[in-house]
Ligand binder design. Structure first.
Ligand code: PBG
Length: 320
């Protein structure tokens, strides 16, 4: 086939419109600092976050997702810092929204960056207490919405949190703030570099298997996503991405709702490790991985590769 005919009959398309750039902002880093286990990704201060946000906008990327790297001194057992209206993330949201108002800002709702035990909820003894956690998460979501977040993304996997967040948002006049729920989030080995990046790896006690999903389950993902949609999620996410393309496909075919994948830190680290060794062609493999999400049914992808992918896509290299 000639190049022109391949373009004519191609079923899936990838562009900057599909990308959400995942960024890590820090309250203790001066300027920029590389994350060793996540080549190409940096923790940045708020000024540099704003610079990257402007770059995202210039590249045609519709939205960014911001994650916090919090000074350990601010962490405690219940993640109180998540409720600080003058905390790192609320300040980061305000800075980005005033510099680039048209860029969508997505923020995680979870306690793990703020707790001294690294869990997403409130830990009592060695148990995560679901309902107390849900109250704390809903309160945290209001702080983020007040600061100007466009989309809040509960990544904690507690039961009932989407409904609680929706009610609180509405009661506080945030009808237009959307919820992207981490609806099918697996207890995964692929989150390692992220936990290094936000400084929770060393602190994390035990694992997250009591609230994140078993990698062996697929029907359960359909139930989890269904609950979140009923509770008011505007869009849903499957996470990790590439190892769970079958889940993405099932979710999209079952519910036909806006569906996103999170190409998580470990997926990006693996590709970069191979690329840096000369064992894989970085550009080709990254764009192929992103295209596979579109083929599986995703409306968009959260990825650390967003800026480089947007640059390559503007050069139309997949057209060859
Ligand atoms: C936790 C959270 C995690 C990620 C985003 N939010 C990891 C975890 O559940 O421990 C992972 C992101 C990545 O690996 O890139 N609320």
């Amino acid at each position: 086939m000639k190049g022109f005919s391949r373009r004519l009959v191609r079923e899936s398309h990838l562009s900057a419109d599909d990308l959400i750039w995942t960024m890590i902002v820090s309250d203790s880093v001066k300027s920029r600092e590389a994350v060793t286990s996540l080549p190409g990704v940096e923790r940045v201060d708020i000024d540099n976050l704003v610079k990257d946000a402007k770059r995202a906008y210039d590249l045609g990327i519709p939205a960014i997702a911001i994650f916090p790297h919090i000074n350990p001194k601010l962490k405690d057992g219940v993640g109180s810092e998540a409720l600080n209206a003058d905390g790192l993330i609320p300040n980061a949201i305000r800075a980005v929204k005033s510099a680039v108002p048209e860029l969508g800002v997505i923020v995680d709702v979870a306690l793990d960056p703020f707790t001294d035990h690294g869990h997403d909820g409130v830990l009592v003894g060695d148990e995560i207490i679901n309902d107390i956690s849900v109250d704390a998460l809903a309160d945290g979501a209001i702080i983020l919405a007040d600061a100007g977040a466009d989309i809040v993304a509960p990544s904690d996997m507690m039961d009932g949190r989407v409904g609680a967040i929706r009610r609180e948002l509405d009661q506080h006049g945030h009808h237009n703030v959307m919820i992207m729920s981490y609806a099918a989030k697996y207890a995964s080995g692929y989150y390692g570099p992220y936990r290094d990046a936000i400084g929770t790896s060393a602190a994390l006690r035990g694992d997250k298997r009591t609230y994140q999903m078993d990698p062996g389950n697929s029907d359960e993902a359909i139930r989890e996503v269904g609950l979140d949609i009923e509770e008011g999620a505007d869009m849903v996410m499957v996470k990790p991405g590439l190892p769970y393309l079958d889940i993405i496909y099932r979710v999209k075919s079952t519910y036909a709702v806006p569906t996103f994948a999170f190409q998580v830190s470990g997926e990006c680290a693996m590709i970069m490790a191979a690329a840096q060794n000369g064992w894989a062609d970085e550009e080709r493999v990254i764009l192929e991985s992103l295209m596979s999400f579109k083929r599986a049914g995703c409306d968009g992808i959260l990825t650390y590769f967003a800026p480089k992918a947007a640059e390559w896509l503007s050069e139309s290299i997949l057209d060859a």
